[in-house]
Design a protein around this ligand. Structure first.
Ligand SMILES: O=C(O)CCC(=O)C(=O)O
Ligand SMILES: [Fe+2]
Length: 344
């Protein structure tokens, strides 16, 4: 198989997906593929940021779903389209070119499978590229100079806009919680990560996921689902529009989120569940893949410091106060039990 790697780098760099005609034994997963809701009318709520009742809608969505789609967010749709195009251009580069920006062991930024272990098995069908707080060193290694400038300018622009939008939405949420302390500075942080993904077509969609079920550690994650592009010679099928990002709803199952490239999906993370004393739910989500269509996405995460103390707002507290650094250690041991293991 082309693109087989050895040594440390093999842990970070995906196999060359285009060369895989059948699924290697090592890339099978034990996930449940049948528990998917096929009622198209069921989805996460849509919140209109221009609506005078936006705050109430955000409160309800975060409490009931831990996720919502955000429209009228103020980021120009032309910029969203440019970002989509640049991400597509990046992932279309030859594998050996992208590998020049490979994520170094122990680092978060760069090309490969984002550093998520031991959260997941190895078996995930995606390529990733991570930019940390507007640092483009890895991009420069990948792109020839002129192409690099266009990519970096576009990414800089979207990150500037997202920083302000995420700050605005985080402030609404903090106001809902009555937060008065340190948390307000977290909304404004200059420390963030932009993770981009390509989910290539896959020969065995019933045996592997693009991204395994997980909860983000963030306050909120902003996710944009980019265009689905059919593999040469294939039509895009209706189901490919809903194949991709899915959220888990207790008692209902996996709910596919209908793609809308004009909106952002806002996802509640563990930090917000802790801060809100359990009022807002950290959302369990995953990504499924398609046999006939590629999918691209990018996610923007605010990053707190390891020393930041997460303290539930409200009484009696349902979680013990914990620094982010300590919480990371707990999550590393067992990501799916992290929240329950700090609950009191
Ligand atoms: O690519 C997606 O749709 C989801 C990404 C995601 O969940 C993450 O980066 O945490
Ligand atoms: Fe996520």
């Amino acid at each position: 198989m082309a693109g087989a790697f050895s040594g440390e780098a093999a842990k970070n760099i995906p196999i060359d997906f285009s060369s895989v005609e059948s699924l290697p034994e090592s890339r099978t997963s034990s996930n449940n593929f049948s528990d998917v809701v096929d009622d198209m009318s069921m989805s996460i709520p849509v919140v209109d940021l221009q609506d005078p009742n936006a705050m109430e809608s955000i409160s309800r969505a975060c409490g009931e779903w831990g996720a919502f789609q955000l429209k009228n967010h103020g980021i120009p749709l032309s910029l969203l389209k440019e970002v989509d195009d640049e991400i597509k251009r990046f992932f279309s580069l030859p594998t050996e070119q992208k590998e020049k920006g490979a994520r170094a062991p122990g680092s978060i930024s760069g090309y490969g499978s984002p550093k998520l272990k031991p959260f997941f098995s190895n078996a995930q069908w995606h390529e990733g590229f991570v930019i940390m707080s507007s640092r483009y060193d890895d991009v420069k290694k990948v792109f020839p100079e002129d192409d690099c400038a266009r990519f970096c300018e576009t990414m800089e622009e979207i990150q500037k806009k997202l920083k302000l939008l995420v700050e605005k939405v985080t402030n609404i949420i903090l106001e809902l919680l009555g937060a008065r302390g340190e948390e307000e500075k977290w909304a404004k942080t200059d420390n963030y990560a932009l993770k981009m993904y390509k989910y290539p077509t896959c020969p065995a969609t019933d045996r592997i996921l693009g991204l395994d079920p997980h909860r983000d550690t963030s306050i909120v994650t902003f996710l944009h689902q980019t265009q689905v592009e059919a593999k040469t010679g294939n039509e895009i099928r209706a189901e490919d529009q809903t194949r991709g990002f899915q959220v888990f709803k207790e008692g209902i199952g996996w709910v596919p989120v209908q793609m809308d490239s004009n909106m952002f999906v806002v996802i509640v993370g563990d930090v917000l569940e802790i801060l809100s004393n359990g009022r807002f739910k950290s959302n369990l989500h995953r990504v499924t893949v398609s046999e006939t269509a590629y999918r691209y996405s990018y996610a923007y995460f605010q990053r707190l410091s390891r020393e930041d103390l997460l303290c539930p707002i409200g009484s009696p507290p349902r979680f013990r106060a914990i620094t982010l650094g300590e919480y990371d250690v707990v999550k590393f041991k067992d990501p799916h039990k992290a929240l329950s293991s700090i609950s009191i």
